[in-house]
Design a binder for this molecule. Structure first.
Ligand code: NAP
Ligand code: ZN
Length: 353
């Protein structure tokens, strides 16, 4: 066991603060990683503030962070996938049972015994719970450590590990591509990645935002059209015309107004996880054979596929790089939808703690 530096929350109402946490020494198939950058996902904030108490009750102290990129510093004797010096990445998952049908199909994200990067019971007993990426190092089973294409900017690559795969996966599942009209709701971390992917897949992309000031950026990021969703007339113009809509909103909002924009058999997939249940009008579904789905990050094979796609198409997140000392301020800005379009923590800033 060794000590790592981290930023941790002591309770749902306390700020994140400097802390020391235990990490296990690499076992047979483990990779030890020096963390260089870690993205800030809105899920980090939901969890650290215990906003999902019935689904994923927070355990403290809590070290968030699941958009991790870094360099391998040590490997266990049985490691075959990675070697010291490699640039690697870790997302939301650090272990699973490898035996259930979902794991066997490459959907570790739906394993009944999965270990999340933070807030899961630590199978190795190093700590009561797993600790995430707001830290200078992490030790992870090699099967959950991904390769990053060498030429990608590392800070911009970090958010691919959650915002990237969470939007890539449903767009692929619903076959988004040429000839389709696709909506992306909410231009934050997930939304801006969804916009880039939907554009790269060849769809006609419409971004829905509550922030009129994001219009120009949305076009630069890949949108063909931008709709300010609080403008009812603008919304009406798109009634019954979308093949697919990806909803990334983190707070309570009216999904029925988006369902009404779907054409016959259209689908709206929710990836946003607002703490309170959303109200659903059955008529918005009945009139048009429409459906609503959910999507949860993605499995390890698809996460590697997404990273390789990003390498081939030069796709990274637009990041605002911050020192870890600004993490509490970044959380407040997330709540005001004031992020362009993902915060990435430069972990070198932890050295001064
Ligand atoms: P984010 O960067 O804060 O972006 C959320 C965006 O939603 C905001 O930028 C804003 O966009 C819009 N929004 C915020 N409050 C709103 C409101 N009251 N009404 C309408 N729109 C509002 O968050 P994120 O990191 O992208 O995460 C988004 C959600 O996805 C979170 O709930 C997170 O927990 C969840 N998530 C789910 C998965 C999964 O596997 N399903 C994975 C990661 C994250 P505009 O300014 O453009 O309106
Ligand atoms: Zn996330």
């Amino acid at each position: 066991m060794f000590n790592a530096k981290a930023y941790s929350a002591a309770s749902a109402t306390s700020s994140l603060a400097s802390a020391t946490i235990p990490r296990r020494d690499p076992t047979e198939r483990d990779v030890q990683i020096e963390i260089l950058f870690c993205g800030i996902c809105h899920s980090d904030l939901h969890y650290a503030r215990n906003e999902w108490p019935d689904v994923l009750p927070a355990v403290y102290p809590c070290v968030p962070g699941h958009e991790i990129v870094g360099r391998v510093t040590k490997v266990g004797p049985g490691v075959v996938k990675h070697k010291v010096g490699d640039q690697v990445a870790v997302g939301c998952l650090v272990d699973s049972d490898h035996t259930c049908p979902n794991c066997k199909a490459g959907f570790e994200n739906f394993c009944p015994n999965l270990t999340l990067t933070f807030g899961s019971v630590d199978k190795h007993g190093t700590a009561p719970m797993t600790f995430g990426g707001y830290s200078d190092s992490i030790v992870v089973d090699e099967r959950f450590v991904l390769r990053i294409p060498a030429h990608l900017d590392l800070a911009g690559a970090a958010p691919l590990l959650c915002a990237g795969i969470t939007t890539y996966s449903p767009l692929r599942r619903f076959g988004v591509g040429k000839g389709q009209k696709v909506g992306i709701v909410g231009l934050g971390g997930l939304g801006h990645m969804g916009t880039k992917f939907a554009r790269a897949f060849g769809a006609h992309v419409v971004v829905f935002t509550t922030s009129p000031g994001k219009t120009e950026d949305a076009m630069r990021l890949g949108a063909h059209e931008v709709v300010v969703s609080r403008n009812a007339d603008e919304m009406k113009k798109h009634a019954g015309s979308f093949d697919f809509i990806l909803d990334t909103v983190s707070a309570d909002h009216d999904i029925n107004q988006y369902l009404n924009l779907l054409r016959l058999d259209g689908n709206l997939t929710l990836v946003g996880a607002p703490p309170k249940p959303l109200a659903l009008s059955s008529f918005a579904l009945i009139f048009g054979n429409r459906s609503v789905s959910g999507s949860n990050i993605g499995g390890i094979p698809q996460t590697q596929e997404m990273l390789d796609f990003c390498g081939a198409h030069n796709i990274t997140a637009d990041v605002e790089v911050i020192p870890i000392q600004k993490v509490n301020e970044a959380y407040e800005r997330l709540l005001k939808s004031d992020v362009k379009y993902r915060f990435a923590i430069d972990m070198a800033s932890l050295k001064s703690e």
